[in-house]
Design a protein around this ligand. Sequence first.
Ligand SMILES: Nc1ncnc2c1ncn2[C@@H]1O[C@H](COP(=O)(O)OP(=O)(O)OP(=O)(O)O)[C@@H](O)[C@H]1O
Length: 279
Amino acid sequence: MTMTYQQPHTEASVSYPETTAGSPLVAGGVKVAARDANVHYADKHAIKDVTLDIAPHEVTAFIGPSGCGKSTFLRCLNRMNDTIDICRVTGDIRLDGEDIYDRKVDVVQLRARVGMVFQKPNPFPKSIYENVAYGPRIHGLVSHKDELDAVVHGSLERAGLLNEVQDRLESPGTGLSGGQQQRLCIARAIAVSPEVILMDEPCSALDPIATAKIEELIDELRQNYTIVIVTHSMQQAARVSQRTAFFHLGNLVEMGDTETIFTNPEHKLTQGYITGRFG
Ligand SMILES: Nc1ncnc2c1ncn2[C@@H]1O[C@H](COP(=O)(O)OP(=O)(O)OP(=O)(O)O)[C@@H](O)[C@H]1O
């Protein structure tokens, strides 16, 4: 297969690999599988025939220039795009082999299984305790207060926040620092026992110390969860992920283990991006 490599990279100037990486991950298994996923926002074709697999208990990073479709594709994985009227998703996306776009799928349950942490920390305007308790309560995961207390404490602990907040659980979540708020949002996602956590640039609003804490946390969380992270920081992708997918103009150019993508990518476009030749 041939690639032309010119700048600027307009769609006409680039030919993409015929199969967009992501051959089945037989060894480690597959948690999420996408086949020929396409996303349109009205006439705008934002994701083009993307096929990839996400392995369980790994961190998968989505990288690529601004507007290449990373967040759009991420949002396909828990049907967050359903909330955008003009957005149409086609193709096949499966969680543990189940078609998540099947009519029978309860989207609220799906989003509990596939939780999301956003770019800007967005705690509810409620207490720290209530931010975490809300999900387990509405999903009926606990039957009495002791159980709820245990879930709240356990989730805050896993999110690395308990020590900092245990004496002020009734204070507003919005009163925490940015990094603490992001860890509170992670605790909130964890509280409903998700299997997959999607993170859309979770550190972009944080300082380097708060970022380091979240990166450490991501590494710990992968023991129990499958994590997919969109990041603009190649250093972050290299630090936290085991597998990296590089997107360009809505196409998945290449996906592979992170070390290979950063040291010996297969495609010139990937190389151009990771070496800072375009972005
Ligand atoms: N709600 C929307 N309505 C219309 N077009 C959208 C919408 N969201 C995204 N798009 C378009 O889809 C394309 C992909 O956007 P997306 O935000 O997924 O890219 P991205 O790679 O995550 O970008 P960034 O790194 O800047 O966040 C862009 O052309 C964008 O303008």
